[in-house]
Design a protein around this ligand. Structure first.
Ligand code: AMP
Length: 223
């Protein structure tokens, strides 16, 4: 950890609560949130050469090539030399992890482990009003009338990528691709594992862990 700057990576399957946990981390610890997916989406909407090239892969559900994503993400990180940050969505391959580490040694890798059955159940309970994007959850936030949007009275649907078989396929792909990355960082001694079924149970452990790392960083600055 150099001069009080703090660099973290967050890893978690789709539906693991990674989005919520990332939001809380950057707010509480005043870190910059870098999401490789958001970087790519903004390149695509600006129709840059890189964005148009990346779109061909993203539309097919494939990872964009390493050289392209490395160029984009490392350039953003070089522009944030004086900031603490949380990196989300990157690295997605062993090569990306190695290239990141060479230039930016990472202080901690937050590895979220939520059982796949829990994620499938969570997404099964999710229904959407497709025209507006309004999301309901049958457990926490049900519509007033089953299957009907509260505002328009139109029918609710399940997104294809939230259907159990599709979710399982996405989760298996995630498990296969994340394994070598976790292994790489584990060998460097920077992985913290957080397991649980609910974000609100996992979160206090993540927060406590980060507070401990931050206070260590602050005391190393004072010395
Ligand atoms: P996300 O919002 O993180 O799910 O990213 C959306 C899409 O962008 C992914 O499905 C990939 O096609 C691409 N993408 C995002 N991050 C990376 C990365 N680190 N390496 C390769 N492709 C990526």
């Amino acid at each position: 950890m150099k001069s009080g700057l703090f660099r973290a990576v967050i890893l978690g399957a789709p539906g693991s609560g990674k989005g919520t946990i990332s939001e809380r981390i950057v707010k509480i610890f005043k870190m910059k949130h870098f999401s490789s997916g958001d970087m790519l989406r903004s390149q695509m909407s600006a129709k840059t050469a890189l964005g148009l090239h990346a779109k061909e892969f993203i539309d097919r559900g494939q990872l964009v090539p390493d050289d392209l994503i490395l160029q984009l993400v490392l350039a953003e990180l070089r522009n944030a030399q004086q900031e603490s940050w949380l990196l989300d969505g990157f690295p997605r391959t062993h090569h990306q992890a190695e290239s990141l580490w060479k230039e930016f040694p990472i202080d901690t890798v937050i590895n979220l482990n939520v059982p796949f059955e829990t994620i499938v159940d969570r997404l099964k309970a999710r229904w959407v009003h497709l025209p507006s994007g309004r999301i309901y959850n049958l457990e926490f936030n049900p519509p007033k009338e089953p299957g009907i949007d509260d505002i328009t009275g139109e029918p609710l649907a399940q997104r294809i990528d939230d259907q159990p078989e599709t979710v399982l396929t996405r989760l298996k792909i995630y498990a296969d691709t994340v394994a070598p990355i976790v292994e790489f960082f584990r060998a460097k001694g920077v992985v913290s594992d957080f397991a649980g079924k609910e974000t609100n149970v996992i979160w206090p452990n993540v927060e406590q862990n980060l507070r401990a790392l931050f206070s260590r960083s602050a005391s190393s600055v004072k010395k």
